[in-house]
Ligand binder design. Structure first.
Ligand code: NAD
Ligand code: ZN
Length: 352
C-alpha cells in the first residue's frame, strides 16, 4: 500500500516541504516526470522548487508507457546524475505515474524492465517515488503495478516495491482535462469496480473499497454535483477503485482492452469503454448503466476499430487477451478456458 497520502484542493503546494527531508545529499537530485501538457503551464511549474541538480523531464502521454522507454529513461538518469536520485516524482495521468513507478524500481533492479513484467519478480525496493495525479480514474496512484507494453506483452511490474511512497491528491490539478478524456479515464474507475465486485476474487476488503468507488462514480456521472464536487469525488473514487483491485482483480473488459492496446495502440481508458459496451453477457446491469452515463455526457466512442485487422493482428490480440489468466479466473472461474474460446473473442472483437 501507499504509505503516505495527502488530499485537498491546493495540497500540491505542500510538495516541496514534503519531499525535502527525503533528499539524500546535494548530488542526489529529485527528478520530476511531468506530463508535457503542463510544459507551458506556469501555474503548476512555478510551484516546483528545483534545488541543486534537480530537473524536470516532460513526458508525452500520446502513447502508453513502454519497457524500452523505461530502460532508456533509466540509462539516461544513470549517465546524467552524480548519484542515485533522491526521488522520482510523477505528475500526470496513469501514463506518467506508471513511468515514474517503473523507473524508480528499475533504477535499483538489474537488467531490463521486460524481465520484470509479471508478479513479484522485482528483488529490491526502488528509489523514493511520489505520485501526483492530474486526471482521475486509473487508480495508478494507489496500485501495486506499473503497466508497460513490452515486445511480447502488455503487462505490469506488479510488486510490493511498485506502489508510491507518497501521493498528493489535489483535485484542482484536474482542471484542464478535456471532456471525452475525463469520461474515458473516469470509466476506467467504474469498470475497475464492476470487475472487482462481480469477480470470483472478491473479498470483504476489496468489496468495501469497490462499493464506495462505485457509488461515487454514480454520483459523478449520473448526479447533479458541482464541477468541484465532481473533481473531488472522482479523485477519491479512483483511489478506492484502485484499492479494490489491489486485493482482487479486474476482468473481461481489461483482458480484452489490453489486446486492443497492444495491437492497435488504443489507450487504456477509451479501450476499456470500446470493449465494455459489448459485455452485456458478463455485466448486464452495469453495461446498461455505462450506456446511460455515455448518453448523459454526450460521449461518442470510436467505431469499427477492428474492422480492417489482418488475421495475424486478430490472432495477436486474442493471444494477449488470453495470456491474462488471473483476469479470466477472476471473471469466469477456473474453467474459463471452456467459456472463453478464440472464436468467442474473435466474435466480440469483430463487433468493436
Ligand atoms: P493518460 O495519463 O494517458 O492521460 C490522458 C490524456 O490526458 C493525455 O493526453 C494527458 O496529456 C491528458 N491530461 C492529463 N492530465 C491533464 C490535465 N490536468 N489537463 C489536461 N490534460 C491532461 O491517461 P490515463 O487514463 O490517466 O492513464 C492511462 C494509462 O494508465 C495507461 O498507460 C494504462 O495502462 C495505465 N493504467 C495503469 C493502472 C495502474 O494500476 N498502474 C491502472 C489503469 C491504467
Ligand atoms: Zn484499468
Amino acid at each position: 500500500m501507499v504509505s503516505k497520502v495527502v488530499f485537498g484542493r491546493g495540497s500540491f503546494n505542500q510538495l516541496n516541504e514534503i519531499i525535502e527531508p527525503k533528499r539524500q545529499n546535494q548530488r542526489a537530485p529529485f527528478i520530476y516526470f511531468i506530463d508535457d501538457v503542463f510544459e507551458n503551464n506556469p501555474n503548476l511549474i512555478s510551484r516546483i522548487s528545483l534545488l541543486y541538480d534537480d530537473y524536470i523531464i516532460f513526458i508525452s502521454s500520446v502513447e502508453e508507457p513502454k519497457t524500452t522507454q523505461v530502460d532508456a529513461l533509466v540509462e539516461d538518469i544513470i549517465l546524467n546524475t552524480k548519484a542515485l536520485p533522491s526521488g522520482i516524482i510523477g505528475i500526470g495521468g496513469g501514463t506518467v505515474m506508471d513511468l515514474a513507478k517503473a523507473v524508480s524500481v528499475m533504477l535499483t533492479n538489474n537488467g531490463l524492465s521486460e524481465e520484470y513484467q509479471g508478479w513479484d519478480l522485482l528483488k529490491t525496493p526502488g528509489v523514493y517515488h511520489v505520485g501526483i495525479p492530474t486526471i482521475s480514474g486509473t487508480g495508478a496512484e494507489v496500485s501495486r503495478t506499473a503497466i508497460l507494453c513490452g515486445s511480447k506483452l502488455k503487462l505490469g511490474l506488479n510488486s510490493d516495491f511498485t506502489p508510491f511512497d507518497q501521493v498528493i491528491l489535489d483535485p484542482e490539478l484536474t482542471d484542464g482535462v478535456e471532456k471525452n478524456q475525463w469520461f474515458y479515464t473516469g470509466m476506467d474507475c467504474f469498470i475497475h469496480c464492476v470487475e472487482s465486485l462481480n469477480g470470483n476474487f472478491i473479498n470483504t476488503f476489496s468489496k468495501s473499497y469497490g462499493k464506495m468507488a462505485y457509488e461515487l462514480c454514480h454520483e459523478v456521472f449520473l448526479g447533479n454535483d458541482s464541477f468541484e464536487e465532481m473533481q473531488d469525488k472522482l479523485m477519491i473514487a479512483s483511489w478506492h477503485g484502485g484499492m479494490s483491485i489491489a486485493y482482487s482483480q479486474v476482468g473481461v473488459a481489461h483482458a480484452m482492452s489490453y489486446g486492443l492496446s497492444f495491437v492497435l495502440g488504443i489507450k487504456h481508458g477509451v479501450g476499456n469503454c470500446i470493449v465494455f459496451q459489448h459485455l452485456e453477457e458478463f455485466y448486464p446491469k452495469d453495461v446498461a448503466i455505462f450506456k446511460s452515463m455515455m448518453k448523459k455526457h454526450n460521449i461518442t466512442l470510436p467505431k469499427d476499430v477492428c474492422k480492417s485487422l489482418t488475421q495475424k493482428q486478430m490472432d495477436a490480440m486474442i493471444d494477449v487477451a488470453l495470456s491474462l489468466t488471473p483476469l479470466w479466473e477472476n471473471a469466469i472461474g477456473n474453467q474459463w478456458k471452456s467459456v472463453i474460446t478464440r472464436s468467442k473473442l474473435e466474435k466480440l472483437y469483430s463487433k468493436m
